[in-house]
Design a protein around this ligand. Structure first.
Ligand code: PFF
Length: 460
């Protein structure tokens, strides 16, 4: 079914899709978020749950989302609607698509602020500010950044404006080509840093922390965070994979592409951990210090290592780039929707979308600067939140993404007709059966179980 109301174009090849989707997947989630949530949730056991979530839930849902996009060929809500009509089901299922669009939009409201930190660190590193700095001095650089609203606003504005312009101009394809250089470069850089960390930090302790599973340190909320992060890091339930799937040529194998993307994404996250934790333990830093982890640990290494100014600057350039290729994926579906429904040009649609986001991003900026009005103090769906950033992060990663993934799994495995699904995914019989079974039973059961337990409906 390739009827299209608005022609959004197509990827030129399978590789273009893989690069774009890898660009969306690899980002701050791998290098900033994964290490710090691992640190907060006790290491090894969390990593195992995370890997199981990627394998048993993330990959199957990623295939499901991409197939919805490709068969529907429109913005997420409209694609799901078209497929619901095809299956003779209620068109209200389109909420699955809308929810993703809203999640992607909300995620960008805080993602842009963190991406702003990464860009500001390009200049910090370039100016040699980390050279021979003590851990305490590096921490001061970070806390100073967080204490200056104008700096944070400046960099987040640059990120949002840049994202809006890239999406508006439709120059994404050029950017995607750059992914083919930037991702291997990022991998090499991370390996260099990990090599340095292995020799100069406490590598043994880091390995033990990351890979020795101490299940007594794992809480139910930790399991939910691992699950939510599996969705976050693969860009699921955020509209991104559906809209990227919508541009995918029919001849491309969805499952093979998805496996390649998930593998690259997981590899980068694990190596980021191996680069960061030896430095954390070697310098007596706190593994559970939260969102500042990578911005405090790696600069210490850059300050001491040979060629640190060069490697540090390059690293933060790569991180900023990775953040941009993820940011554009987050609003692509919102922009496609505005183009389809409000008839605006791409540029106007993109710029108005990021303008609204700019206001929402202030909630995150002022959460980090510690403004009184941005402070919160209540339990929201199983988590005690202390500011707006924590609220939006928790609402998206731990609530909307898992529920969106659940709804996607149910839609594809229960609502869509099996022959239609089969036709779209093009898998061998056994692989199809395993995937279909997982999506039909395991994914809904696992997500509901973890979620219901967190909100206290069931208790184990
Ligand atoms: N996967 C991205 C990361 O790990 O940084 C985050 C992300 C991108 C989430 C795109 C959602 C999305 F639509």
């Amino acid at each position: 079914m390739s009827t299209t109301h608005v022609d959004h174009g197509q990827w030129s090849s399978r590789l273009a899709f893989i690069l774009a989707a890898t660009g969306a997947a690899v980002g701050l989630g791998n290098i900033w978020k994964f290490p710090y949530i691992m640190g907060e949730n006790g290491g090894g056991a969390f990593v195992i749950v995370y890997l199981l979530c990627i394998l048993g839930i993330g990959i199957p849902v990623m295939i499901a989302e991409t197939l919805i996009g490709r068969r529907g060929r429109q913005s997420p809500g409209n694609s799901v609607k078209a497929l619901a009509i095809e299956a003779g089901a209620n068109t209200k299922w389109s909420v699955v698509g809308w929810a993703g669009l809203v999640s992607g939009f909300l995620i960008l409201s805080f993602y842009a602020v963190i991406a702003g930190w990464a860009i500001s660190y390009v200049f910090q590193a370039g100016a040699g500010n980390f050279n021979n700095a003590t851990p305490a001095q590096v921490e001061t650089i970070f806390t100073t950044l967080l204490s200056e609203p104008s700096t944070l606003i400046f960099w987040s504005t640059i990120v949002l404006l840049g994202t809006g312009l890239i999406v508006g101009l439709g120059v994404k394809h050029g950017l995607e080509k750059a992914v083919s250089y930037a991702m291997p470069a990022m991998l090499v850089l991370l390996l260099i840093i990990a090599g340095y960390a292995a020799m100069n930090g406490d590598f043994g302790k880091a390995l033990h922390f990351m890979f020795y599973p101490d299940f007594s340190k794992l809480t139910y909320s930790g399991v939910l965070i691992a699950l939510g992060h599996a969705f976050f890091t693969l860009s699921l339930a955020s509209g991104a994979m559906m809209i990227y799937g919508a541009y995918l040529p029919t001849s491309t194998s969805i499952s093979k592409s998805v496996l390649a993307i998930a593998f690259a994404d997981t590899l980068i996250a694990l190596i980021a951990g191996l680069a960061i934790f030896p430095i954390v333990f070697g310098n007596g830093l706190e593994a559970s210090q939260g969102p500042g982890l990578v911005f405090v640990s790696l600069p210490i290494a850059f300050g001491q290592m040979w060629g640190g100014t060069f490697f540090g600057t390059l690293f933060f350039i790569m991180l900023s780039f990775a953040a941009f290729t993820s940011s554009i994926a987050m609003i692509e579906s919102a922009v496609a929707w505005v183009v389809e429904h409000l008839g605006l040009s791409r540029m106007k649609a993109a710029l108005s979308t990021v303008s609204i986001l700019w206001f929402i991003s202030m909630l995150t900026v002022f959460s980090f600067t510690g403004a009184e009005w941005a402070k919160l103090d209540f339990v929201f769906i199983g988590k005690h939140v202390t500011n707006y950033f924590e609220l939006v992060d928790h609402l998206t990663s731990d609530v909307l993404l898992p529920l969106g993934g659940l709804a996607t799994a149910i839609f594809v495995a229960w609502v869509m007709k099996k022959p239609a699904v089969k036709e779209e995914v093009d898998m061998y019989e056994t692989t199809f059966s395993i995937w279909y079974f997982t999506l039909r039973w395991l994914t809904p059961f696992a997500v509901s179980f973890v979620f219901l337990n967190l909100v206290g409906v069931i208790s184990f």
